[in-house]
Write a protein that binds this ligand. Structure first.
Ligand code: S3P
Length: 174
């Protein structure tokens, strides 16, 4: 309900290209809560793009940065925020616990075709630098779907909805 803003952080999870950043910006504009885009914070801190972090330091180092940032965000004294995550943040059990502790976790669920279409437009996703992105997406999704499912408080199917409708739906159930 938009006249009663949610008393908690809203945490957006979901696959690459599911719209976490866009919906996060929409919620930020509606509620006025600061937006934390975890990928952006990590890039800013590292002083390099995610692709470069993966190439130079490896995925595990990137995952460590994600875990460290989640721990920081769990500060109970911090103001309420909108937090958009990277698609793989649910891989670690510790992260899943931190995410649920952090606030109301919303899973933006999108079908493979939508993901493929959207992620094809930019090259800043090292996990999709492959000859067969569809196969990679399907493989990752198979592993991740149960993890999104058990981490989220709410699942939202994005198909056919624009970011305004998605934000409204989230705020109605938050
Ligand atoms: C990743 C998703 C990316 C980014 C990194 C790894 C993943 O974020 O964190 O490339 O493992 O799915 P987006 O979901 O914002 O693309």
């Amino acid at each position: 309900n938009e006249s009663h803003p949610p008393p908690k952080n809203i945490v957006l999870i979901g696959f690459m290209g599911s719209g976490k950043s866009t919906v996060g910006r929409e919620l930020h504009h509606r509620l006025g809560y600061p937006l934390v885009d975890m990928d952006h914070v990590i890039e800013h801190r590292a002083g390099k793009a995610i692709t470069t972090i993966f190439a130079e330091e490896g995925e595990e180092k990137f995952r460590d940065m994600e875990t460290r940032l989640l721990e920081e965000l769990c500060d109970p004294a911090a103001p309420r925020r909108i937090i958009s995550t990277g698609g793989g943040v649910i891989g670690r059990e510790a992260n899943r616990d931190l995410l649920r502790h952090l606030g109301y976790v919303v899973w933006l669920h999108a079908p493979v075709d939508v993901i493929l279409e959207r992620t094809g437009k930019n090259r800043d996703r090292p996990l999709l630098h492959t000859d067969d992105p569809r196969a990679r997406i399907e493989a990752l999704m198979e592993v991740r779907t149960p993890l999104y499912e058990k981490t989220a408080h709410l699942r939202v199917d994005i198909l056919g909805l624009d970011c305004g409708e998605l934000a409204t739906g989230i705020l109605e159930s938050a």
